[in-house]
Design a protein around this ligand. Structure first.
Ligand SMILES: Cc1cc2nc3c(=O)[nH]c(=O)nc-3n(C[C@H](O)[C@H](O)[C@H](O)COP(=O)(O)OP(=O)(O)OC[C@H]3O[C@@H](n4cnc5c(N)ncnc54)[C@H](O)[C@@H]3O)c2cc1C
Length: 417
């Protein structure tokens, strides 16, 4: 009896894992892959079971993946799977405005890069990350299981999971999306504002080929983007507009939708000859009041949501995952507690500033291109044309949009550990 009593505390003194990642979306999967590849014992928890296949049908949800994200995904060992799968390449970008004569064309050749980024379907990205984490000895998968709550004692938390036994960890990383349970349990507030805009997404076939160019036209009610997919005439469209118009467009007959879409896009790729299912996403901006608490860190949409007009949401989340992994790995290799607040503050200082900046830039473009004021319209036309004529300014924008500048984590600079 006495032996047992003495034995149990010593068993409890070793947590099941160093880090429990809650949420196996692209951000959580990437964080779990980076940590467990560095031999940090990591648990991955999600309400959904792992996705097992990529369907023949193209996914409605796609991500414009920057070069920096490509490096993070390479460090996670997911990029080789994506490179072998369906994806579109962005060789150039073209942006123009309905209400002014402004136009700008960015070509990756100007920054001596083969591409500015890629368009990857959500199902392809998730599947690649699942392949990257499969069989990693340092990874404990608890899926499906929902996080219900936790108790803190000393240097660890014990997580209560619905449908799975409890799990102890020194740090819980919340990558559980906009309605983050981790954020709620940690008592971290969220500042959220609606944009009064809805994004309609759909995959379409056009008369003319996209030539690996991502195109965006700014209309009065919001931008309309055609993103190149793997087939020459296949694009994913993101049409940001008023909730009323998006609701109507989502429900009109396919033929009328195709005609309205081609017209709104100024017939830049000719007629729209086919369209797949349509889905709508009401848009909001949100930022958590803090990214960390003792033994808690937030990443991805759990920490921030930005306007999708430049396709940066998941890219910011992947940089969060890379920065948080770096901070945790460095702390563990220096013999420090990865859940200690002063360790986590480094992550918060690093990523919060970058994300606030990007959210500000997105809001600036949202206001600039949404304005109906004549002098502002004239100014944005001049701005677009000026950018088109100044290679240095173009280079600056392209490097920033590709994620090749800024205070990058080492996984985003091409280092693998
Ligand atoms: C129309 C539109 C277009 C976009 N286009 C782009 C783009 O081109 N490029 C780009 O970078 N970004 C884009 N984004 C943004 C991007 O979709 C998000 O930023 C990204 O998907 C967030 O990923 P995440 O892993 O943080 O969260 P999520 O993908 O929301 O994953 C959260 C995970 O947590 C799990 N979970 C939730 N609660 C619990 C719980 N209690 N217990 C256990 N698990 C839980 C969920 O099942 C889910 O798997 C776009 C967004 C929209 C709306």
């Amino acid at each position: 009896m006495q032996n047992q009593a003495m034995h149990q505390p010593s068993l409890r003194s070793v947590p099941d894992c160093e880090v429990a990642v809650v949420g196996a979306g692209v951000v959580g999967l990437t964080l779990a892959a980076l940590l467990s590849r560095a031999n940090v014992r990591t648990a991955l928890i999600d309400t959904q079971p792992p996705a097992s296949t990529v369907t023949a049908e193209h996914d409605l949800r796609v991500f414009a993946v920057t070069r920096a994200s490509e490096r993070v995904l390479s460090a996670a060992n997911a990029w080789p799977h994506i490179a072998r799968s369906r994806h579109g390449v962005i060789r150039a970008m073209e942006v123009w405005d309905e209400k002014s004569p402004g136009r700008v064309h960015f070509d990756s050749a100007l920054i001596a890069e083969p591409a500015l980024g890629c368009i990857v379907e959500q199902q392809v990205l998730r599947q690649a990350l699942e392949q990257a984490v499969a069989g990693l000895p340092a990874l404990i998968s608890r899926r499906p299981a929902a996080l219900r709550g936790w108790e803190t004692a000393g240097d660890r938390l014990t997580l209560e999971l619905d449908g799975q036994p409890p799990l102890s960890a020194r740090l819980v990383a919340g990558a559980d999306g906009t309605d983050s349970r981790v954020r709620g349990l940690a008592g971290i507030g969220l500042r959220r504002e609606e944009y009064a805009q809805t994004a309609l997404v759909c995959n379409v076939v056009t008369e003319k080929p996209h030539d690996d160019v991502a195109r965006q036209r700014f209309l009065g009610a919001g931008p309309l983007a055609f993103l190149p997919l793997d087939q020459p005439c296949l694009c994913s469209i993101v049409w940001t507009t008023t909730p009323a118009l998006a609701g109507r467009l989502a429900n009109v007959a396919a033929e009328s939708f195709r005609a309205e879409l081609a017209l709104a896009f100024d017939h830049r790729l000719g007629a729209v000859t086919h369209c797949g299912p349509r889905a709508v996403f009401p848009l909001a901006r949100a930022h958590a009041e803090a990214y960390v608490r003792p033994r808690v860190a937030l990443a991805g949409d759990a920490a921030h949501v930005v306007h999708p007009l430049a396709g940066q949401g998941a890219n910011l989340g992947l940089l969060d995952a890379a920065a948080l992994a770096e901070v945790i790995i460095d702390a563990i290799s220096a013999g420090r507690d990865p859940g200690a607040l002063h360790v986590l503050r480094r992550y918060e200082r690093w990523r919060r500033g970058e994300n606030v900046l990007m959210q500000g830039v997105m809001d600036f473009f949202h206001l600039l291109f949404g304005s109906t004021c004549e002098p502002v319209r004239a100014l944005r036309g001049v701005g677009l044309n000026l950018t088109d004529r100044l290679p240095l300014l173009q280079e600056f924008f392209m490097r920033r949009a590709s994620g090749l500048t800024g205070d990058l984590p080492r996984f985003a600079r091409g280092q693998v550990n």
